[in-house]
Ligand binder design. Structure first.
Ligand code: NAP
Length: 460
């Protein structure tokens, strides 16, 4: 799906309960002139969590996001920011239930000296930049250095390393933005280090992403076999996915590559490496103090077992010179509205199986419910569970009784505030425009990155 400027996409979904006879329901958005008797549900957010929740509320008869969006019982409204254009209490007043699925749009800060220096940026902003998120288009990362350091060893760190090291001629055939491609073509980055405070058994990335990295054209891996000593025995006891991942790391670090792979590695002009047992302490300034020139790392060792394995400093320090530092230590949700409880330490809305604590009729799903972890299948399961809880409450009569106006009331509010929501067919127009713009260049699409241009194209 193309990325868009509209940060909060709203959904209105009507669950299957008390459906009008089949074929009698016109498009949802044309349906309300008075108070609606059927349950009115608003889903805030149109990422995987929002889509999967809506899908479950429509009872799983629909199996893709586009089909969900086209359902006559579902309407999609974008270009609306909850917390700014409309409040959660207003949504709760208009709907029988509201589901918050707005994800994690902030990054966790390192909280170390030097983090604010030019040459340091969050991996999240970097990903947003090359993916065409409007709010990250000003990033202009300086890729004139030889070495980049990524702090963290999760999938985002691998994504960023891959983009930094992929030969530009390969990126030309992807949907990366034209501007990012231009900067990456001029890049002088040859080596990327991914730094983890713990060891190979604790990396946070997954095997598919690691495999892609190992096979990256023109790049060779740098792994120190010393980091893998004794691991062969330990991996016998770990769960299967972790075992397979560690075996791949172990093979890459310790086995002599076959002739073909050896030749590939010998001709590679770029390299990436995993640095283990190193915890970031400070971003080091250049001699003139104007930008980042390296990272000071505390050497660590592990204490504890399994999930409780912690990195503790040994007292030794090490400096890793570089010209670009990308912090990739996880994402963080933001509170959306003062009326919604928020656990700022964990960065989630306190909930029990998706029911927001102490707020009847308010639910959450996805990263804002459980924190920014897991792959897309995790979000699907988690969102279906929230949908299930909501339907259970509906059936048990726990949601407000009496009719609710649904979107009709919100539309009136938005209109009085000068907000111009966009529909799913608008979204499809922009999607088609991006595909047209990509044609002739061999790209699947050229992303639109300017919200004003998007609105102009829609005639708003
Ligand atoms: P993540 O998976 O939580 O990884 C964060 C990394 O940062 C870990 O290596 C963690 O090490 C480290 N870290 C955390 N705090 C640190 C600190 N204070 N100092 C040093 N290191 C620290 O986060 P992510 O990479 O941002 O990914 C977010 C989610 O998106 C994940 O669930 C990921 O799988 C998902 N994602 C999936 C894909 C995909 O499926 N292709 C792509 C991108 C993202 P510790 O383990 O020691 O804490």
């Amino acid at each position: 799906m193309a990325s868009r400027c509209w940060r909060w996409w709203g959904w209105s979904a009507r669950p299957r309960t008390r459906l009008p006879p089949a074929g009698s329901t016109p498009s949802f958005r044309h349906h309300f002139s008075t108070q609606e008797k059927t349950p009115q549900i608003c889903v805030v957010g149109s990422g995987p969590a929002g889509f999967y929740t809506a899908q479950h509320l429509l009872k799983n008869v629909i199996n893709t996001f586009t089909q969900t969006a086209h359902s006559g019982r579902c309407a999609f409204w974008g270009n609306v920011e909850v917390g700014r254009d409309v409040t959660v209490p207003e949504l709760r007043e208009a709907y029988h239930a509201v589901v918050l699925s707005y994800g994690a749009e902030d990054h966790r800060a390192l909280e170390i000296p030097g983090e604010e220096l030019p040459g340091v940026c969050s991996a999240r902003a970097f990903v947003g930049w090359y993916n065409g998120l409007p709010e990250n288009q000003e990033l202009e990362p300086d890729l004139s250095c030889d070495t980049a350091v990524i702090l963290g060893q999760g999938n985002v760190a691998l994504d960023v390393a891959r983009i930094l090291l992929t030969p530009p001629e390969h990126l030309e055939r992807t949907d990366i933005t034209k501007a990012a491609l231009g900067v990456l073509r001029q890049s002088r980055v040859k080596t990327v280090w991914l730094v983890g405070r713990r060891g190979p058994l604790q990396v946070a990335f997954t095997i598919k992403e690691l495999r892609e990295m190992i096979q990256l054209p023109g790049a060779r891996p740098i792994l120190d076999p010393v980091d893998f000593l004794g691991l062969q025995d330990k991996i016998k006891e770990v769960p299967r996915p972790r075992k397979r991942l560690t075996e791949l790391l172990l093979r890459t670090a310790t086995e002599k590559p076959g002739p073909e792979e050896a030749a590939r590695q010998a001709s590679a002009s770029r390299a990436w490496g995993l640095r283990f047992f190193r915890s970031p302490q400070q971003v080091l300034p250049s001699p003139d103090g104007r930008r980042a020139a390296g990272v000071r790392l505390a050497v660590t060792r592990l204490e504890g077992v399994d999930e409780a394995t912690r990195a503790v400093p040994t007292g030794d320090m090490e400096d890793l010179p570089c010209g670009l530092v990308l912090s990739s230590i996880g994402y963080k949700s933001r509170p959306v509205d003062p009326s919604v409880p928020f656990d700022s330490k964990l960065g989630v809305i306190p909930n029990v199986e998706g029911r927001v604590m102490d707020v009847p009729g308010l639910y959450c799903s996805g990263w804002v419910k459980r924190g920014p972890t897991g792959v897309i299948a995790t979000t699907m399961t988690d969102s279906f569970l929230t949908g299930q809880m909501l339907l259970q409450d509906l059936k048990a009569g726990l949601l407000p009784s009496g009719p609710r106006p649904g979107y009709a009331a919100i539309q009136a509010l938005l209109s009085s505030r000068g907000v111009r929501p966009v529909s799913f067919s608008d979204w499809e127009k922009l999607d088609a425009e991006e595909v047209v713009r990509g044609q002739g260049t061999g790209k699947p699409r050229e992303k639109l990155v300017d919200p004003q241009e998007m609105l102009r194209l829609l005639g708003h």
